[in-house]
Design a protein around this ligand. Structure first.
Ligand SMILES: Cc1cc2nc3c(=O)[nH]c(=O)nc-3n(C[C@H](O)[C@H](O)[C@H](O)COP(=O)(O)OP(=O)(O)OC[C@H]3O[C@@H](n4cnc5c(N)ncnc54)[C@H](O)[C@@H]3O)c2cc1C
Length: 232
């Protein structure tokens, strides 16, 4: 799935260029700018469950010829070039997750105050108040972690891999959990396709997958916590 896949004029593609490199090796990969109308490219628009403004599509390549002049940077070092962008992508994904979670909580607070059930506001039920307090606390924790990662990134991009991966992991999973509970607090009023709380629920679900799934973030953090921590 590629964002802006059907509207893009060109794609930035990572392709194996060093024939002698082992298949899973990050060496021997190069970045190319490939014109979207090149022969051999087919684009299938997909209908995503959320992120509907992202114009996602499946882009397939078969025997596409690309002039050498459209290579980006040094040949066979594409993965390392891409790696430099991963930290920014992770921080941006975490910031987007914070925005969605913040809005979801705001909309839910408004609903809880307005909605009368069993002769009182939903906002007056202790179970609801406690859940709201927990969600606000989790959001505050995520915000501090993400701001810290962004600060570390601004000082040293490749020195912030651990923090950016933690921020992406925690903020996107928190946002997904929070959006689910906010929908719960709306009851049937939230289980309607065109409500804001339902849209945020669908959007946040993509965030734990796109820009590297949570499992990959956990692998990266574990590398720092286990493999790169000196044995006692
Ligand atoms: C809305 C949206 C927009 C996107 N836009 C872009 C884009 O513009 N450009 C782009 O390049 N990509 C884009 N992606 C693709 C996205 O980066 C991939 O979906 C993501 O990296 C996961 O790869 P995959 O979907 O091929 O899942 P797979 O690699 O098939 O993995 C499936 C699942 O297996 C598990 N898994 C995967 N790897 C591991 C592992 N190492 N250890 C343990 N478990 C694992 C995870 O649960 C994962 O979700 C987009 C995705 C979405 C949802």
């Amino acid at each position: 799935m590629v964002s802006n896949g059907s509207s893009a004029d060109f794609y930035v593609v990572l392709a194996r260029s060093g024939a002698s490199s082992p298949a899973r090796s990050p060496a021997g990969l190069s970045l190319f700018v490939v014109d979207a109308d090149s022969p051999g490219i087919t684009v299938d628009r997909t209908e995503p469950m959320g992120w509907r403004a992202a114009d996602p599509a499946t882009v397939s390549f078969e025997d596409v010829r690309v002039p050498l002049g459209q290579a980006v940077g040094r040949p066979n070092s594409g993965f390392y070039q891409l790696m430099r962008g991963f930290q920014l992508e992770r921080v941006v994904a975490a910031v987007l997750a914070l925005g969605g979670a913040d809005r979801s909580l705001q909309v839910t607070r408004d609903h809880l105050v307005r909605r009368q059930a069993f002769g009182a506001r939903l906002a007056d039920l202790q179970a609801v108040r406690h859940r709201t307090a927990d969600l606000a606390t989790e959001l505050a924790v995520a915000r501090q972690l993400v701001y810290h990662a962004a600060w570390r990134y601004s000082r040293d991009d490749m020195g912030s891999v651990r923090e950016c991966s933690m921020a992406k992991l925690y903020a996107t999973e928190m946002a997904s959990r929070l959006a689910d509970l906010c929908l719960q607090l709306h009851g049937a009023h939230g289980y309607v396709d065109d409500t804001e709380v339902a849209r945020i629920f669908r959007d946040t679900r993509a965030a734990t997958i796109a820009a590297g799934p949570s499992e990959v973030m956990r692998d990266i953090v574990a590398r720092f916590e286990i493999d790169e921590t000196p044995a006692p």
